[in-house]
Ligand binder design. Sequence first.
Ligand SMILES: Cc1cc2nc3c(=O)[nH]c(=O)nc-3n(C[C@H](O)[C@H](O)[C@H](O)COP(=O)(O)OP(=O)(O)OC[C@H]3O[C@@H](n4cnc5c(N)ncnc54)[C@H](O)[C@@H]3O)c2cc1C
Length: 396
Amino acid sequence: MPHRIVVLGAGYAGAFCAGYLARQLHSDDFEITVVNAEPDFVERLRLHQLAAGRDLPHRPLAEVFAGTGIRLRIARVTGIDVERRDVTVADAAGTDRLAYDTLLYALGSTAAEHGVAGVAAHAFHVATRPSALRLRSRLDELGADGRVLVVGGNLTAIEAATEIAESRPGLRVELVTGGELGGWLGPKARRHLLRAFDRFGITIHEHTTIERVEEAAAVAADGTVFASDATVWTAGFAVHPIAAASGLEVVAGGQIRVDRQMRSVSHPDVYVAGDSAFVIGDNGRPLPMSCASAGFTGMQATSAIIGDRTGRQVETTALSYVGNHIGLGRKDGIFQLVDGDAGAKSGALCGRPAAWVKAAIVATSGWAIGHPTFGKRSHRYRAAATGVPSAVLVAG
Ligand SMILES: Cc1cc2nc3c(=O)[nH]c(=O)nc-3n(C[C@H](O)[C@H](O)[C@H](O)COP(=O)(O)OP(=O)(O)OC[C@H]3O[C@@H](n4cnc5c(N)ncnc54)[C@H](O)[C@@H]3O)c2cc1C
């Protein structure tokens, strides 16, 4: 019986890992199944663009994985039994259990509500495709007349506010943040950011914490009421509660605590990649949730799975954090590099060249997902001991 690898999630981390494993592992010895809630690969990096009105390429996962040998199950993961080693999934036909020998957890993240009243009921967000499409419909309803309030002061807030302001110039866009807008950026990048907001006519309210969201307003802790026809909640990401509920060891925010090779510290037959993982990067700090981190953690997790299951030495790959690309609408952007302490370097690439770099990165990551085995089917690595029960392989 082949060793069953189940990959949960086909976002940047899961889709990459599944493709890489399918390319490296011998299909006689390994069976790879990917479970994803949506039938398409969703380019989360571009969901603010989708919300603002741009159309994204359609990438059905069935086509992405065609010819790779990967089994695809479109279903929602609702639970994991890490002792019995199975995953509960639900789809229109009901619920089912999928047994695994090795699990790769890559369910990503969604918008963090921070317990603020009214966010779930009244706010919009761009962390998932359904929510981005809901925001798009709302913006369509508003037409060229309405107020959009973006809550948050970091990457997603910046990208969402500028994209909406550029695509829908009739709307009045305001941004409210508890701290400073892009306060962590270096001086050059921050100056560029503030100029861009000025150009787009986006009003900025800093040092203002939203305490409650209502149907047509957001209310700050000091009582200020911001009238809003669409409140866009971009105050960070939170991971799904499935990991914590399953008994995997998690940190306070619910991310799974892993070792340097991306194995769960409590259940080493569970590997984690992407936003769901809490891992200390090469700079000694937790890796931020990002597409770039998904690439690094995915590379490390697949190296560990291949090493552990085929008896090879596990390669230690980089877990780097080098900086952030920020889109400011279609033609403008910022590429802020960080130093070894994750602090912004004083210089930055700004303007149209930064927008080109960002567009190239987004296109490259989309292309890489669409070509999971890069056209090669080497299948070179055999299981360490074919026919040995998986429990023995895991224990060994
Ligand atoms: C608008 C926006 C802009 C961003 N811009 C950048 C950027 O410029 N640079 C950058 O580095 N990062 C950016 N990010 C962050 C980046 O998108 C995430 O860090 C990245 O997607 C994480 O990859 P992942 O594979 O862990 O999760 P995801 O890409 O979220 O993939 C998770 C997958 O799991 C599936 N899933 C979730 N729950 C379930 C379930 N219960 N059952 C089955 N399937 C499930 C989802 O459908 C999805 O396919 C941005 C995010 C957003 C929202």
